[in-house]
Design a protein around this ligand. Structure first.
Ligand SMILES: *Cc1c(COP(=O)(O)O)cnc(C)c1O
Length: 459
């Protein structure tokens, strides 16, 4: 152990930035189940995925064997503009709580998009450009992914078409304008410009949309437009792979001071930031080198891990995408208007789903108002205004640090602080006015949704 006092922020030098992503699937004995075709139920091959996705990204999606994948130099150089992100020792929060725990957070909000999503957006835009495409289509929920992708596309001079979940489009006009400033076309979803959008509008008039629905629209436009492919901001294994830059940096920073975390905590929407943060640590766990307690935190209003089923399901509401075996609430589940928009997805990364199924990670569901209480407590002492999504991790980190007060344990807690909440002030306003509610789906609602799980893949 070094006696040197741990600084408030542990930075890496530019030349210490990861040059390879780490593919945790290579070390998993039980590999995540493959994506299967909705038509045949058979695992999808490279050529079957290529009409939708960029060729190189499909290779990454299907790669279960290479532990390390080189990060192209253009991407490393882009990373250098805003990375490494700081690993912060939360001295002020520790003092405020009066906890013997040592709390660290990896802060991904130091770029204009305001979240970790830029780490994968720049990679996906790069491969699209390499392939000679004109542009990409995508969906965005709360708007973070669309913002990140529009930044990445403008960097590589690619056209960017974003379907934005209608409720966010209306609640977050400024996010929309950031995207447009970077040159993206933004369409509220469901829209009447795609066939699937028209169908959803006919079946659910007045719907405020969902991620699953926006995905269907974006895929439809990509496959029907020459020179365009579809890109996705979470859930897929390729996205999780790109996000491992978070975990690799975290590990390198901790190693500098011989710090070994006892517990690693992150919020889970589609699972990309959490998967990226924990991958190098899970790798050690899988190889029997080290042990860590790992906690995924999700909203009680959209509890994929804690109340979902581990089954093959559609990734989108319109059922145009492949099926993935994951913890899911059912592809037609539309969560109540939770303010952590980035955590409202019905499913979960297949990698994290398998790890959870195998007991390598745990999960907790937390209620919205308790999340905002934690966010406020954190903001007032650490200064950063956290995104509601990120605040799910803060909530559990604080809970765990408080337990240490009772037990006297000096646990080292690391959590992912995925982004900033400047565009979430409507939610903060509701909280400040005492008007925030905690809607939790009933068992009946979930059962109704599970009843619609496809038979394909699940027999
Ligand atoms: C999108 C988002 C998340 C959730 O997405 P994951 O893929 O689960 O990481 C979390 N935090 C912020 C700030 C986001 O923008």
């Amino acid at each position: 152990m070094t006696n040197e006092k741990i600084p408030y922020k542990i930075y890496l030098a530019e030349n210490e930035l990861p040059k390879q992503w780490y593919n945790v699937r290579a070390d998993m004995k039980n590999k995540p189940a493959p994506l299967i075709s909705p038509a045949t139920g058979e695992p999808l091959k490279q050529e079957e995925l290529e009409p939708v996705f960029c060729t190189e990204l499909v290779k990454q999606e299907l790669n279960d064997t290479d532990a390390y994948i080189d990060i192209p130099e253009d991407i490393v150089n882009f990373y250098k503009m805003y990375r490494p992100s700081p690993l912060v020792r939360a001295y002020c929060l520790e003092e405020k709580l009066g906890t013997p725990a040592k709390i660290y957070y990896k802060f991904e909000g130091n770029n204009t998009s305001g979240s970790h999503k830029l780490n994968s957006a720049i990679a996906q835009a790069y491969y699209a450009k390499q392939q000679g495409l004109k542009g990409v289509t995508t969906e965005t929920g709360a708007g973070q992914w669309g913002t990140a992708l529009s930044m990445a596309c403008s960097y590589f001079d690619l056209d960017c078409r974003v379907y934005m979940v209608k409720v966010s489009y209306e609640q977050k006009p400024f996010r929309r304008e950031v995207m447009r400033t970077y040159g993206a076309r933004v369409t509220p979803s469901p829209s009447d410009t795609t066939q699937i959008g028209q169908k959803i509008l006919a079946e659910h008039p007045g719907t405020t949309g969902s991620l699953g629905c926006a995905i269907s629209e974006a895929v439809e436009e990509a496959v029907s437009t020459d020179g365009y492919k579809y890109v996705l901001g979470s859930v897929l294994s390729q996205v999780l792979l790109h996000q491992t830059v978070i975990g690799l940096e975290t590990k390198a920073a901790l190693d500098k001071y011989d710090i070994k975390p006892d517990m690693i905590i992150g919020c889970a929407g589609g699972g990309s930031n959490l998967g990226g943060l924990i991958s190098p640590f899970v790798g050690e766990k899988l190889r029997g080198e080290n042990d860590y307690q790992i906690i995924a935190v999700e909203p009680a209003s959209c509890p994929s891990f804690t109340r979902g089923k581990f089954a093959y399901d559609f990734c989108d509401t319109g059922h145009v995408c492949p099926l993935a075996k994951m913890y899911t609430l059912g592809s037609e589940f539309i969560p109540s208007a939770n303010h952590a928009g980035g955590l409202r997805y019905h499913g979960m990364s297949t990698i994290l789903s398998q790890l959870y199924h195998d007991g390598l990670i745990e999960a907790r569901a937390v209620e919205q108002t308790s999340v905002f209480e934690a966010a406020q407590e954190f903001a007032r002492v650490e200064g950063i205004l956290p995104a509601p999504e990120s605040s799910h991790a803060i909530k559990v980190a604080i809970d765990e640090a408080k337990k240490c007060i009772e037990t006297g344990e000096e646990k080292t807690i690391v959590f992912g602080l995925t982004g900033t909440g400047y565009f979430d002030m409507v939610a903060y306003q509701k909280f400040n006015d005492g008007e925030m509610d905690d809607y939790i789906p009933t068992d009946e609602e979930l059962e109704a949704s599970f009843a619609k799980l496809p038979e394909i893949g699940n027999k």
